[in-house]
Design a protein around this ligand. Structure first.
Ligand SMILES: Cc1ncc(COP(=O)(O)O)c(C=O)c1O
Length: 377
């Protein structure tokens, strides 16, 4: 298949963060997540790396990358989302069963609560990483998990999921088909669906997944602020359904305001957020094969689009080759997959294209924050 051309779109519907956005994913919501994590005893922060070679290559003032390549030993930022949503889901379900509040501590120690957790089955579709996070969360509290993978998800993910204790099922040729299989299995078996995407009538658990991601934005903001460099002027974040980009955008807009340029980076063959931004509503794209498997999502998450549709400044696409080149360039500093380096690819493409550099107001004084979302596979 010939490579589709890159494109970009300057958001015509940009507006400031609202109280509603804040309530969903702003600083108070992120603080609640941090409190739950403290009760869980979750692992220490990941690093914010200074990337001086990339800074010189793209001729800007500063580039720093939040390194999520080994979050909780699971290999991607997704470790933050699904596992957190499992906690919130189990607390809610078991509270309803036992007619009393259930805390994180109860989930860890109370035998009655643990036995109730063991009777729950949580199911999800995954391109790999969301499943690993859900299964790790379910395992921690003794719940069961069933993960649906489309046939194009590498076997290495199936093996890792099974090692963690999941039942793995294959369904369909793309993410959408595996998602339909997970939804139908949840209906038929009375399992609990924990998707990382959201749609009309299904937003509660994906919101918790997205809240889980805010942890990396909280850490990155604090790490950046501790340095003597002014706050970022640019943030480039790669997107599949948009959950990560939306939670980072909402949290950082709440913390840092409206002045920095937020850029959403998608593969040319799965640019559902760019297409949605153009028409002003969630829009499905036809897509096609891409090497950027975890970003290969034809439908945006409804919640994510509600945030990014007005909080992002620019939507842009990159090719598979752009992402591979970024991963190769970054190798001396950090070993990322092409998906993991896709935000960096967005920066590299923007810097090399005068029109895009102008659209994103990128220049030699720019200070750029990136997220390395996944280790090399
Ligand atoms: C490594 C990696 N990067 C980025 C993303 C994009 O996240 P989202 O689908 O929330 O936009 C994913 C999604 O699975 C991923 O696995």
């Amino acid at each position: 298949m010939p490579t589709a051309p890159r494109e970009y779109f300057v958001n015509a519907n940009r507006s400031a963060i609202s109280q509603h956005d804040r309530a969903l994913l702003g600083m108070p919501a992120a603080q609640d997540v941090s409190a739950e994590r403290a009760a869980l005893g979750d692992a220490p922060p990941t690093s914010l790396l200074g990337l001086s070679r990339l800074k010189d290559l793209v001729a800007v003032g500063e580039v720093r990358l939040k390194d999520e390549s080994d979050r909780f030993g699971l290999g991607s930022f997704k470790a933050l989302g699904g596992s957190y949503a499992v906690v919130m889901m189990l607390r809610t379900l078991i509270s309803a069963d036992l007619c009393r509040p259930v805390t994180v501590d109860d989930l860890i120690r109370d035998p009655v609560v643990r036995s109730a957790a063991a009777s729950k089955t949580i199911t999800c579709a995954s391109a790999g990483n969301h499943g690993l996070s859900v299964v790790a969360g379910a395992k921690k509290f003794g719940a069961q998990s069933v993960v649906w993978l489309s046939n194009d998800v590498p076997d290495t993910f199936a093996v890792r999921l099974e090692r963690l204790g999941a039942v793995v099922r294959r369904a369909g040729s793309d993410y959408r088909e595996s998602e339909e299989a997970a939804r139908s299995a949840a209906r038929v078996h009375g399992w609990h669906l924990l998707a990382d995407s959201s749609w009309a009538g299904y937003t509660r658990w994906p919101l918790e997944v997205m809240r889980g991601y805010t942890t990396l934005a909280v850490e990155a903001a604090a790490q950046w602020e501790r340095s003597n460099v002014s706050r970022p002027s640019h943030v480039f974040v790669q997107a599949g359904v948009g959950g990560l980009a939306a939670s980072v955008a909402a949290y950082l807009r709440d913390r840092w305001g409206e002045d920095f340029c937020f850029v959403v980076v998608e593969p040319v063959r799965a640019a559902c957020l760019l297409a949605s931004a153009k028409v002003g509503e969630p829009t499905r794209v036809e897509g096609g094969l891409t090497d950027l498997g975890r970003l290969d999502c034809p439908d945006p998450s409804l919640l994510a689009f509600e945030q990014l549709g007005h909080l992002a400044d620019v939507f842009m696409t990159i090719t598979d080759d752009d992402a591979a080149a970024a991963a190769t360039f970054l190798k001396p500093e950090i070993s990322l997959s092409a998906c993991g380096a896709a935000g960096a690819a967005g920066l590299m493409v923007s810097a090399s294209d005068p029109e895009l550099a102008h659209a994103t107001a990128l220049d030699s004084s720019s200070r750029v924050l990136l997220i390395g979302t996944e280790r090399a596979l």
